[in-house]
Design a protein around this ligand. Structure first.
Ligand code: FRU
Length: 491
């Protein structure tokens, strides 16, 4: 598929509109990734669940949509699990199958299934099932398994098995908090607790797309529970962003380990929203792999692609680490990425002691190096030939200041007003750090210290051939172990 800004290794819909990743699940040797999908246009519309499968998290094959909107509503975001023991009773006895939990969204001009009408929008949790992962059926024609509860924003169910309490748990966002439900048969659910009032970041809109899972602290026996929550507007540098809480979950209640006002962002870029993790990855693998919608509701409808809109980030593996300011969640690219890239096809030219230029003949380039900065020295990383964006790194009191600047005019008011940014954050890390940048058409993903901190940004340079210039404002540029890998393909 060729198109100026069609990513080469990031997942995109073949055509049409995509937003959140949904129902991420590993089943019969394949990763299934569903997503919010509108096939008939490149803007948001009546939501389907699009469907792709992959064996390596890099090459995705598109299948027929799994769920279609109908009189039970549009199919909003949600999650999937393998029902290994046919607990739901929806499969042939002894056979496992997939269950998808999603939000049915009814608009006021629609009729309810009993023929009645209603005044306010209704969001309720529904269930779909599939024995082979490909052909899907709505349970009771999409009728809710958890009916509307009064709040018009009640959506995005994430379901998982909680071993210690021997029950399934569903995490749902409701207004600006999270509700936890419990079930032992996957069909009947009881509300057990709530979390979120006065915790973390809030804005005008509802919390969205929650996820909850356990992560072990690298190098120790300890583990913690991580609750991931999207806020659609008012995030660190404008528009949507993904925050997380670290704490404990006993099967009933989530307890935040940090002060309620502490806000933790999973990524410091503009285009990182609705993060979800894969369910049922085999225990011997044990990774917590996530996928994230690489866009921002502030301008997502007007981005300069033609036959499709939106892509997902490269799948990433989460890990927990101890930073100078306490526990944090980091994310590294999965090891499968390496198999999609081949050895250096680019030209590394030291210009002088202060600068290095890197040019690839392709649009996909993965660049890595170790940097050591002197006190006050500023490292400038300019991206693409027209310097469409740049990063600056400088040691400051309290850590490393990272400035990220993105320019861009695309001739539509909404995107021209919101797309550019100039954002600074101080990270609790040192003047020696490692850098990794993944270039693909339309995006840049930058990781610091093997993923302790990440910055994910869309970018639409005039010339999509990957290139960068690294330079320091004074002294010498100390960049070691510089490697670049590319992927032969379009520039
Ligand atoms: C987040 C979101 C979800 C909702 C879906 C609808 O991007 O607003 O809360 O389920 O998109 O497409």
């Amino acid at each position: 598929m060729t198109e100026k800004y069609r990513p080469q290794i990031h997942m995109t819909p073949d055509s049409g509109w995509m937003n959140d990743p949904n129902g991420l699940v590993f089943f019969n040797g394949e990763y299934h990734q569903f997503y919010q999908y509108y096939p008939n246009d490149t803007v948001w519309g009546p939501m389907h669940w699009g469907h792709k499968v992959s064996r390596d998290l890099v090459h995705w094959r598109e299948l027929e949509p799994a769920l279609y909107p109908d009189e039970s509503g549009m199919c909003f975001s949600g999650s999937a699990i393998v029902d290994w023991n046919n607990t739901s009773g929806l499969f042939e006895s002894g056979q496992p199958g997939l269950l998808a939990f999603y939000t049915s969204f009814l608009q006021p001009n629609q009729k309810l299934m009993d023929g009645s009408t209603f005044e306010n929008p209704i969001q309720q949790q529904s269930l779909a099932y599939s024995a082979n992962g490909i052909d899907w059926h709505k349970y009771r024609d999409g009728a809710p398994i958890i009916p509307a509860r009064g709040n018009p924003d009640f959506r995005d169910p994430k379901v998982f098995w909680h071993e210690a309490s021997k029950a399934y748990v569903m995490v749902v966002s409701c207004g600006q908090h999270i509700e936890f439900f419990r079930s032992t048969n996957l069909l009947d659910w009881q509300l057990i607790s709530e979390f979120g009032y006065r915790h973390g970041a809030h804005s005008k809109g509802p919390w969205e797309c929650p996820d909850l899972f356990e992560l072990s602290l690298s190098g120790t026996e300890k583990s913690y529970w991580v609750l991931v929550v999207g806020i659609g507007e008012g995030a660190h540098c404008g528009g949507a962003g993904t925050q997380y809480f670290i704490g404990d979950f006993d099967g009933e209640t989530f307890t935040n380990l940090n002060h309620p006002e502490k806000v933790l962002w999973l990524d410091f870029g503009r285009d990182y929203y609705a993060t979800q993790s894969f369910s049922d990855i085999p225990a011997e693998d044990g990774r917590r792999i996530v996928s994230t919608w690489m866009s921002n509701h502030q301008y997502s409808l007007e981005l300069p692609t033609e036959s499709f809109r939106s892509s997902m980030t490269m799948p990433r593996e989460l890990f927990l680490f101890e930073s100078a300011e306490g526990l944090r969640v980091g994310q590294r690219f999965t090891k499968e990425l390496a198999s999609a890239l081949s050895t250096d096809a680019s030209d590394l030219t030291p210009e002088n002691e202060q600068a290095i230029s890197l040019y690839s003949q392709y649009s996909v380039m993965h660049l890595g190096c170790d940097i050591e900065l002197d006190e006050e020295q500023v490292l400038h990383l300019g991206l693409y030939q027209d310097n469409a964006a740049f990063f600056e790194f400088q040691p400051v009191e309290g850590g490393l200041e990272v400035r990220t600047v993105r320019r861009g005019e695309f001739g539509t008011e909404r995107i021209d007003e919101h797309f550019p940014h100039d954002y600074r954050v101080v990270l609790p890390t040192h003047s020696s750090f490692s850098l990794e940048v993944l270039f693909d058409k339309g995006s840049i993903e930058l990781l610091i210290n093997n993923g302790e901190y990440s910055f994910t940004n869309l970018l639409y340079p005039n010339n999509t051939q990957a290139s960068a210039v690294m330079s320091v404002d004074s002294g010498t540029l100390r960049a070691r172990n510089l490697i670049t890998k590319s992927r032969a393909g379009e520039a």
